[in-house]
Design a protein around this ligand. Structure first.
Ligand SMILES: Cc1ncc(COP(=O)(O)O)c(C=O)c1O
Length: 482
């Protein structure tokens, strides 16, 4: 095995033989545990429930209804087949104009129509994954770095760095202020990079955040804009969860601030978007780079040849997103259902004393399991995580895989399953925590008893010792344990 690896590493490139893909992290390990033993209500009721996948499956009934009512949008139907030829032969990397228009209008709608997006600045990519990489290629050279506030989406390590050679430098954010991004944290990370002779080319924000489920407030966005302007570096805003906000405070896009601020430098601002989360179509691989920098738009468009969205998908999406009534209903119903599901999950967790970070967006909760750790360490976090995956049979994601600086936080996804599965997951957590509390209490009682016995023995020993200082009596603490 070792020999094969050595020979392979001589034969193949560095990219082919390094593990920059990150497939060996605990984030992906949990997926493997799920894949080998997936839960099914009747065929495998004791299997692993997938709570490590940020997928939005709560509104598929609405989408299916739309697809049924709009057969012309699918070119493989009787009603749509007349368009088959034109769609199948279209290969311009600008994309179908109706697709770019529809996506631009959708992005505006999600942002409360407070901003305008120019369809000519919309560049396609293979999901946000492709969009991130495209931007990394356009903005930085191998060895250069982007600052990323922690905790952050583990895929960033793969998407922005693996093939580009770009580095990520963490901006450490802490639970003491709800993981808020501060100017101080930004400056510290920047300075640290400089001290290591790493050239910082940009800051990557994810708003709303995966894994926190929180939105960035205006003040933080403004501070970030001031920071990148002062340093003359880029700002990439990954806004792929923008339509998942279910309560106030509402989502504020960097586009709004940029538009309202006369001092901003448009050449430095770039937005990453995709339909993987907001519409729940990760399989369609619809990703978008929206840049205010003309050169970036041009270069990214040329690069998009490597990750175009199929015209069949563009055609369908253009029709779906141009249906204003459908979009209105989908967005309203989507955020209602997400809010309801999150509320149910958090109250179920609350019943057994588990808290989570206050949040109002995303497809997950950032759950605080610090009190279940044996000690405050990442080893203890891994131990607890293994127990949850292999014994409780829930694939949740440990904070370490999100580069969280503090052990004990876990991301738990809630929108990729039906109500029944969620019920099973919650009853498993319930049982687990009750059991853990009981064994904790028993341990405490036991050690209290041990202490009492040892104290009474100590007293007796002291009496004996007082009589005979050379007594060979074994330690009372050892005896108490037998
Ligand atoms: C913050 C963030 N960015 C990017 C992605 C990648 O999305 P896509 O499926 O569109 O490539 C994800 C997926 O989970 C994500 O959470």
């Amino acid at each position: 095995m070792k020999l094969t690896t050595r020979i392979e590493s001589q034969l193949l490139s560095k990219i082919a033989t390094n593990d920059g893909h990150g497939e060996n992290s605990s984030y992906f390990d949990g997926w493997k545990a799920y894949d080998s033993d997936p839960y099914h209500p009747t065929q495998n009721p004791h299997g692993v429930i997938q709570m490590g996948l940020a997928e939005n499956q709560l509104c598929f009934d609405l989408v299916q209804e739309w697809v049924r009512n709009n057969p012309k949008a699918s070119i493989c139907t009787e009603e749509g087949v007349a368009d088959f030829r034109d769609i199948a032969i279209f290969q311009d990397y600008h994309g179908l104009p109706q697709f770019r228009n529809a996506v631009a209008r959708f992005m505006e709608k999600v942002r409360g129509n407070r901003v305008r997006f120019d369809p000519d600045r919309i560049v396609m990519s293979g999901g946000a994954t492709g969009a991130q990489e495209t931007l990394a290629f356009c903005l930085a050279d191998p060895g250069d770095a982007l600052l990323v506030p922690t905790p952050y989406y583990p895929g960033n390590d793969r998407d922005l760095t693996w093939r580009t050679g770009v580095k990520l430098v963490p901006v450490v954010c802490e639970s003491s202020n709800n993981f808020k991004i501060t100017r101080r944290a930004l400056e510290t990370a920047y300075k640290k990079a400089q001290e290591s002779n790493i050239k910082v080319k940009g800051l990557l924000l994810n708003n709303p955040s995966n894994p926190l489920g929180t939105v960035l407030d205006r003040e933080t966005l403004q501070e970030s804009l001031n920071f990148i302007t002062t340093k003359n570096i880029h700002l990439i805003c990954d806004e792929i969860y923008s339509a998942t906000v279910f309560t106030d405070p509402g989502f504020i896009s960097i586009a709004e601030l940029a538009q309202d601020n006369p001092d901003w430098n448009p050449d430095l601002i770039h937005i990453v978007y995709s339909l993987s989360k907001d519409l729940g179509f990760p399989g369609f691989r619809v990703g978008i780079v929206y840049s205010y920098n003309d050169d970036v738009v041009n270069c990214a468009r040329k690069m998009s040849s490597f990750g175009l969205v199929s015209t069949q998908t563009q055609h369908l999406i253009a029709a779906m997103l141009s249906d204003v009534a459908f979009v209105e209903r989908f967005l309203a119903e989507g955020s209602n259902r997400l809010g309801k599901r999150r509320g149910e999950m958090c109250s179920a967790l609350g019943q057994v004393g588990i808290g989570s970070l206050k949040s109002n967006a995303g497809l997950y909760c950032w759950v605080d399991l610090r009190r279940l750790l044996k000690e405050a360490s990442f080893e203890a976090e891994m131990e607890l995580w293994r127990l949850i995956v292999h014994e409780v049979k829930l694939n949740v994601s440990p904070g370490a895989s999100f580069h969280c600086d503090e052990p004990g936080w876990f991301r738990v996804c809630f929108a990729n399953m039906d109500d029944e599965t969620m019920g099973v997951a919650m009853s498993r957590i319930h049982r687990f925590v009750v059991q853990k509390n009981r064994s904790g209490a028993a341990r405490k009682q036991c050690s209290r008893r041990e202490l009492e016995i040892s104290l009474s023995n100590r007293r007796r020993l002291d009496d004996v010792m007082a009589m005979s200082p050379h007594s060979p009596i074994p330690s009372p603490l050892v005896r108490a344990r037998n």
